[in-house]
Ligand binder design. Structure first.
Ligand SMILES: Cc1ncc(COP(=O)(O)O)c(C=O)c1O
Length: 461
């Protein structure tokens, strides 16, 4: 079983009763609520290692994780996948510049990432910070939260960019998405590599995918880089995430990874979050697979019963239950509200969907309560579906220019014809209907309103 070097150190330190003449200010003695946890909430003192220069207990724990996830190198993030996404884009840029210097890539004035459109806002923010351009992979059916791309689409887009002598620095997809749909990762990896481009996956929702019976973690399917939010589906504290780098990824990526994370991260990582990642390694090796398999089977049977009762289900992921409840006469938001009244709090809901994000930790009892809440719901006449497809928008400024330009807030119903600015993008789902620098059309404004965004930031002037 995996060792737990971080936890061992924290316990030993807490037992020593040392005078804590270091951060944090609570000195391990938080009154009341949190009192137990506070003992272990320390800073990077000698022996506790340093998150982005890990040579001791953190490095040992990260090695355990790398082995379990099949990665060449795994690094911890205490600031979620959001931090890992910024680091992945930086690593893609560092790699492109190294290839350029070696004469293995044409020199380009600007750098582009080829990405599926349903990307999380952290990706957009990273493109602004690094001044990257985005070429969207966007099928006709692309909606805000679902963007089913194929290897053929990626191949054609890559061929077009090759022809223009502007190969992208990275192909980037989000899989699973917020609704629980998955992209064809192995095929996309092949297409990217065929064109000599690294491939990254935002696997924030799929940390557990390496432990299901049909193991399909992106590290096993050919991704060079991927991030997993351990806190979303594993038993880890909020903020816990992994940045995985494949053993087959360009060497410069693993070599630069710590500095890539440090560039965007706080210098005060949470040891409670690190301890939860450390503990998870041990758990992944002691019964977790079996627990997950049993829970996934139970949830699979529940999905079958719901489908028999007329519920429309979305997605392929084992741990998500995504309902499209208009077939039963409810909007997604109404169903979430009804479930709340029946003691079930959902992860996300919009006009069309209600998303329940579950984990092995929920157990059978939770499934029984969800089933009871859903199967006793009064059936109504089906409602008409809204068209949530994303319009293709014209870019008139770079993402960075739009982020740095003066901004003003306008009611969304009057945003048509304005350039999208640095708008707050609420999570969930944190996927913006218009990207900074894009011209807002009537359809885009309507879509924002459908997602309850009644005011938006636009470029002023
Ligand atoms: C698809 C996707 N990627 C990335 C993130 C960011 O993850 P984190 O909250 O771990 O920073 C989220 C958050 O919900 C997400 O849904």
């Amino acid at each position: 079983m995996s060792s737990t070097p971080i936890i061992d150190f924290l316990k030993e330190y807490a037992e020593k009763n040392t005078v804590r003449a270091h951060m944090p200010g609570h000195k391990g003695a938080f009154p009341g609520f949190l009192s137990e946890a506070a003992k272990y909430d320390i800073t990077e003192i000698p022996g506790a290692d340093e998150l982005f220069c890990a040579r001791g207990v953190i490095r040992e724990s990260e090695k355990n994780a790398a082995r379990l996830f099949g990665a060449g190198r795994t690094l911890y993030s205490t600031e979620g996948s959001s931090l890992a996404i910024r680091a992945m884009l930086y690593l893609a840029l560092i790699n492109a510049k190294a290839l350029e210097r070696a004469g293995l890539r044409p020199k380009t004035e600007r750098y582009t990432v080829l990405a599926a459109r349903n990307a999380h806002f952290a990706f957009i923010a990273a493109c602004a910070a690094l001044d990257l351009d985005i070429e969207w992979l966007m099928p006709e059916s692309c909606a805000l939260l679902s963007c089913p791309v194929t290897a053929r689409m990626a191949d054609e887009a890559l061929a077009a960019l090759d022809e223009r002598k502007t190969p992208p620095i990275l192909v980037y997809v989000t899989s699973p998405d917020y609704l629980g749909a998955e992209q064809p990762i192995a095929e996309l990896a092949l297409a990217a590599h065929w064109h000599g481009v690294p491939f990254a996956v935002d696997n924030a929702h799929g940390a557990y995918l390496g432990f299901v019976e049909n193991d399909r973690h992106p590290m096993k399917l050919g991704a060079d880089l991927c991030c997993d939010s351990a806190h979303k589906t594993l038993s880890c504290l909020t903020g816990a995430a992994y940045l995985h780098i494949s053993k087959y990824a360009p060497a410069v990526m693993a070599e630069t990874a710590e500095r890539a994370l440090a560039l965007f991260a706080s210098t005060s990582p949470s040891y409670l979050i690190l301890a939860s990642l450390d503990a998870m390694n041990a758990r992944l090796e002691s019964g977790y697979r079996e627990e997950l398999a049993a829970f996934a089977r139970g949830l699979g049977r529940l999905k079958e019963r719901l489908a028999e009762r007329g519920y429309s289900l979305v997605g392929t992921e084992e741990l998500k239950l995504t309902l499209a409840p208009k077939s039963c006469g409810y909007t997604g938001l109404e169903l979430a509200e009804t479930l709340r009244k029946r003691g079930v709090e959902c992860e996300y809901a919009d006009e069309e969907h209600t998303v329940l994000m579950l984990s092995a930790q929920n157990g059978e009892e939770a499934l029984r309560r969800i089933e009871a809440a859903l199967l006793t719901l009064e059936r109504r006449a089906p409602l008409e579906k809204m068209d949530l497809r994303l319009p293709k928008l014209t870019r008139v400024m770079t993402v960075r220019e739009a982020m740095l330009a003066p901004q003003e807030f306008v009611p969304t119903e009057r945003a048509e014809g304005r350039v999208m600015g640095n708008d707050h993008c609420a999570c969930p789902p944190a996927v913006p209907p218009a990207i900074p620098g894009e011209l807002i059309t009537r359809e885009a404004a309507e879509l924002m309103i459908a997602f309850l965004k009644t005011e938006c930031a636009v470029v002023n002037g």
